[in-house]
Each structure stands twice: as C-alpha cells, then as structure tokens.
Design a protein around this ligand. Structure first.
Ligand SMILES: CC(=O)N[C@H]1[C@@H](OP(=O)(O)OP(=O)(O)OC[C@H]2O[C@@H](n3ccc(=O)[nH]c3=O)[C@H](O)[C@@H]2O)O[C@H](CO)[C@@H](O)[C@@H]1O[C@H](C)C(=O)N[C@@H](C)C(=O)N[C@H](CCC(=O)O)C(=O)O
Ligand SMILES: Nc1ncnc2c1ncn2[C@@H]1O[C@H](COP(=O)(O)OP(=O)(O)OP(=O)(O)O)[C@@H](O)[C@H]1O
Ligand SMILES: N[C@H](CCC[C@H](N)C(=O)O)C(=O)O
Ligand SMILES: [Mg+2]
Length: 488
C-alpha cells in the first residue's frame, strides 16, 4: 500500500474533498478494473467520458477519485481530487507510484512520423552488443533486458510505462529506448518522465483523423521537446523541414544530424546494393546491411545518440556494421525462382514513397516491381488516395488490398484509395479485396528477377476485420506462395 499524499506530489490540485492522507492500493483508469482501495482516474476519452464511471468505480472499491469536475454527488467515505487535466495528473502519479524510475537511468524518447521503431530497436541492438543491459518500449515489442512482453501501443499508457521502467531497474537495465507517439504526447502518457534525450526523425502526413490539422500534429510532436529537461539532449534531423522547429523552445542541449545539410552528426552514402549500403560517418567508412536512404538517416541518429550517451565512437561504428534490420522493416526473402519479396511496414504516403524509391534505386535491369498495399480502417482517410497514387506511380503493377479494415467496410477503403490513381496509371492497378489472394496474385504475376513489395503491415501477425483479429503474417503468406509455385 502507498500513501495518496505522496503519490500526489507535484500534481496541480484545484480542489480536494475528503482526506489525502490515506493508504491506496493501485492507480486505475478503467472502472472495470477497479478493486478495493484503488484510486480511479477519470479520463475524458475519444469515445466516452470516464467521469460517467465514477460511481461504478466506487461500487467496486475505489477509495479516491481524480477528476476534472465535481459535477456528481460525493460520498463521505471517498476522497475526490479535482485537477485541470486528469491525463497529466495520472502521468505524474504513475511516476510517483513507481518512485520515478525514469530519473534513475537514461531513458531516451524517439518521436516523428516514421522511423521510431527502427531507431529505438537499433539502439537496443547497439547498446546490447556494446555489453549493456537495455530496455525497449516499441510498437513491435517491449523488452526488459531479454525478457519480451507484448506491445499493445507504440507508447503505452503512463502506468504501464512506469511499471516497465521499474521492472527494467529491477532487472539491472542501464539504458531504455522508447517510442513517443503523437497520440502518446497528446494524451500526456509521457508527462512526468525524466528523459535523458529526445530524437526527432521526420514529419509527414499521418494521423490527421486524430489531430485534425498538420499544424496541430506538428505542435504535439514539438511539445515533447518543449518538455525535455536542461540536462537532456535534443537531437533533430535537420534535413527535415520541421527539424529546427521542433527544437525552437527546448531547454535541452541541441544537436543535429543530416545527410545533406551541415550538421553535428553527418553521414554520406557512398554505394547502394541490395545486400547493404556503404556509408561514411564523419571520416569513417562503414558497411551496413540496412538499405534505403531513410535507414541511413536512422543509422546516423543512432550513432549520434550512442556518442551523446558516452559510448566510444570507434566501438559504435564497429557495432553499426553488425546491426540487423528490424522485423517487418525492409525484410526480404528470395524465392528459388529468383523473385524477391520485401515486407515493409510503410503505412504512410512518405514511407511508401521512400521504400519504393529505394526499390527502384537498387533494381538492376528490366525486372517488374509489383506492390501489394492497403490502408487501415478507422484511421486517417486522407492517406488513402495518396498512398494509392504513390504505389501506382512508382510500380509496374499495384495491387490494392485490405490492411486492417477494423470496423470499416473494406471495399469502401479500396474505393477511397482508387480515387488517387492518375488516369495514366489506371491500367497498372488491380483490386483484390482479400489480402491472401492479393499476395498470391502478385506471386502469380511475377517472374525471375521481379520484386514484390508487400507494404503496410510489416511485423504485424494479425489482420483485424470487423473488430476480430485473425492470424495473418505477410512474410508467411508470401513464403507459402513461393513454396506453392515451386511445387507447380
Ligand atoms: C484514440 C486513442 O488513442 N485511444 C486511446 C484512449 O482511448 P479512448 O480515448 O477511446 O478511451 P474511451 O473508450 O473514450 O474511454 C475514456 C476513459 O474511460 C474509461 N472507461 C471506459 C469504459 C468503462 O466502462 N469504464 C471506464 O472507466 C477508459 O478506461 C478511459 O480511461 O485511451 C485508451 C487508454 O489509455 C487507449 O487504450 C486508447 O488507445 C486505442 C486502443 C488506440 O487504438 N490508440 C491508437 C490510435 C494509438 O494510441 N496509437 C499510437 C501510435 C500511433 C502511431 O504513431 O503510429 C500509440 O501510441 O500506440
Ligand atoms: N527515417 C525514416 N524516414 C522515412 N521513412 C522511414 C524511416 N524509417 C523507416 N521508414 C519507413 O517507415 C516504415 C515504418 O518504420 P518504423 O516502424 O520505424 O516507424 P514508426 O515511426 O515506428 O511507425 P509507427 O508510427 O507505426 O510506430 C518503415 O517500414 C519504412 O518504410
Ligand atoms: N501505429 C499505426 C499503425 C498502422 C499500421 C497499419 N497496418 C494499420 O493498421 O493502419 C496506427 O495505429 O496508425
Ligand atoms: Mg513504431
């Protein structure tokens, strides 16, 4: 049991009803999960208002309520605390509850539209290879040293973040790398954390269903840097047109990385091959297995981060050449007939463009590029025509199919994609609603040397249709098709 008064340290309280010097069990923001002596935090969500569940939480044993208004009948035996923002209060309380784990070891946050998982995961690999115990909070998985936990979000809720950071400390973890999503920042999931550093990757079109305008999306990302402490570093991609903007009001020490502009950390691409890229970082040449200009940005960011965290430059560069690509990010397999299939998590227009440009860059002759792609349901609809245009423009054949339709009609998503195809590219497109069939079609249409890009789902091992998740794995599907072709 903990004392509520201690947990409330640094929370901006507007009004209190009842006593705060009481023992509490745990913090809970979902009334359905409340048990005896818990504190229920009422959050105003996207779908419902948590304030409607205060009575339910009390009936299940909540002893204290954190809320943004007092518009309900109060019970004598319960403590009510009014705050400006329940999400911020929850985040600070979650840090206090776990004794502020983020202040006890370096936690570095990565934000930006694309590249967060790649950078955080590569940093995990790099620091592990350098002999440290490392933690990772990412879209793909959560790692506490070598123990893996399932990730439900890119940035978990603040209770989960602090719980994992606490577990990391228990396990002797020395560095943690985490993704900081725009939803996470907006919902204050990372407030109250002490970051040792922040990294900005890039900003392009995504999540305009949630943030409404690009300016709002950009400002939410900037909020992360505004909140960094003076002791932290703020590392930005200065080739991105929003790179400087992100650091405008940060108190942290500013650093930049780039491939084109003059920067504190600069790399150059010397040679591109399907098996990897030769780059120079500073004055040192390094061979990496990673492919694509975007990945060289990611590598430059991790080299800079490792140096800013005190690792020795030469050691870092030696390890860089050993780093493996991240699951579902430009992951490829080659069939016995010499057809290459690339699985990539590109689910934004910019990512799809980058990946297809990379594919076109490394193709050697007259081989065809066939792209299988869809767009997620219940997410930003304005991405759909843009992604369809890019896929049809930069491939010889685009096959539009379902991603995770979630609660939307899959055909409607495809219709909204098709609107983006220019008349001159129309003949290059096909629509195959069923993703398995779409992948099969791509395999049937391809010949030796051809390249199939299967975009959008990367590492995901499920497909969500009508709210139901069934097992689905792009790599598994294409491998099955390749095996089938071999038999025929
Ligand atoms: C849009 C969004 O971000 N939603 C998140 C939000 O849910 P919500 O606002 O819909 O919650 P709600 O259902 O309206 O409920 C409001 C409050 O009432 C509470 N409640 C609700 C019902 C009840 O019976 N009792 C009760 O107490 C809920 O626990 C909640 O506290 O708060 C929930 C609790 O923290 C999150 O789980 C949920 O993430 C959903 C599942 C989600 O899909 N989020 C995605 C969009 C997301 O966050 N993605 C980013 C990555 C994006 C990227 O960069 O690619 C991420 O960080 O993962
Ligand atoms: N630095 C980058 N710039 C542009 N595109 C990138 C970059 N890094 C990766 N990508 C592309 O974006 C896709 C997603 O990469 P990654 O998973 O690292 O991004 P993310 O920011 O974690 O995405 P999410 O918002 O879903 O968490 C990759 O599969 C690749 O196509
Ligand atoms: N973190 C991203 C993942 C998108 C992946 C794509 N496969 C989809 O389902 O839309 C989001 O929640 O928007
Ligand atoms: Mg991610």
């Amino acid at each position: 049991m903990k004392n509520l008064q201690d947990i409330l340290y640094k929370v901006a309280i507007k009004e209190v009803f009842g006593h705060t010097n009481i023992a509490i069990n745990q913090l809970v923001f979902d009334s359905r999960k409340v048990s005896k002596n818990d504190v229920f935090i009422a959050q105003k969500g996207v779908n419902v208002n948590g304030h409607s569940y205060v009575d339910k939480a009390i009936s299940l044993g909540a002893k204290a309520i954190i809320c943004e208004d007092f518009s309900f009948d109060k019970k004598e035996e319960v403590t009510y605390i009014k705050v400006d923002n329940a999400n911020t209060a929850l985040a600070i309380m979650a840090s206090n509850f776990y004794n502020n784990p983020s202040a006890k070891f370096p936690v570095v946050g990565v934000t930006g539209t694309n590249g967060k998982t790649t950078i955080a995961s590569l940093l995990y690999q790099l620091f592990t290879k350098a002999g440290y115990k490392v933690g990772l909070l990412s879209t793909v998985k959560i790692l506490v040293d070598e123990t893996e936990y399932k990730a439900t979000h890119t940035t978990p809720d603040s209770i989960a973040i602090n719980k994992y950071l606490d577990m990391m400390l228990e396990a002797g973890v020395e560095y943690c790398f985490m993704e900081v999503s725009s939803h996470g920042i907006h919902q204050k999931r990372t407030q109250g954390l002490t970051f040792a550093g922040g990294i900005f990757t890039n900003l392009s079109h995504d999540h305009l269903d949630y943030h409404k305008t690009f300016a709002e999306y950009r400002n939410v990302k900037k909020e992360f840097f505004d909140g960094l402490p003076k002791s932290a570093f703020a590392l930005t991609n200065i080739d991105d047109k929003n790179g400087n903007y992100m650091l405008q009001n940060t108190k942290a020490k500013k650093y930049s990385y780039a491939l084109k502009t003059l920067a504190d950390f600069k790399s150059r691409i010397l040679e591109k091959q399907i098996s990897g890229t030769l780059i120079s970082i500073g004055r040192t040449e390094v061979w990496t297995k990673l492919i694509g200009v975007f990945n060289i940005y990611n590598l430059t960011a991790i080299v800079a981060t490792a140096e800013l965290l005190g690792l020795e430059k030469l050691e870092v560069l030696t390890i860089v050449s050993q780093l493996e690509s991240v699951s579902g990010r430009f992951q490829y397999t080659i069939s016995d007939d010499g057809i290459t299939a690339i699985i990539d998590y590109a689910h934004t227009p910019d990512a799809l463009k980058n990946v297809l440009e990379t594919v076109n860059d490394i193709r050697t002759g007259n081989e065809k590029v066939i792209t299988v792609v869809g767009c997620g349901g219940d997410r930003d609809k304005t991405k759909r025509p843009k992604m369809a245009h890019i896929a049809s423009q930069l491939s010889n054949q685009a096959i539009f199919t379902s991603d995770n339709p979630r609660t939307e009609n899959p055909q409607t998503i495809l219709d909204e994609m098709e609107i983006g195809v220019s008349p001159e590219n129309y003949r290059k497109t096909l629509t195959v609603l069923n993703r398995r069939q779409a992948i099969k079609t791509a395999c049937k249409l391809s010949e030796t040397g051809d390249i199939i890009l299967i975009a959008g789902k990367g590492h995901e091992n499920y497909q969500e249709i009508n709210g139901v998740r069934s097992h689905f794995d792009d790599l598994e599907e294409v491998t099955n098709c390749f095996n089938q072709l071999k038999k025929n």
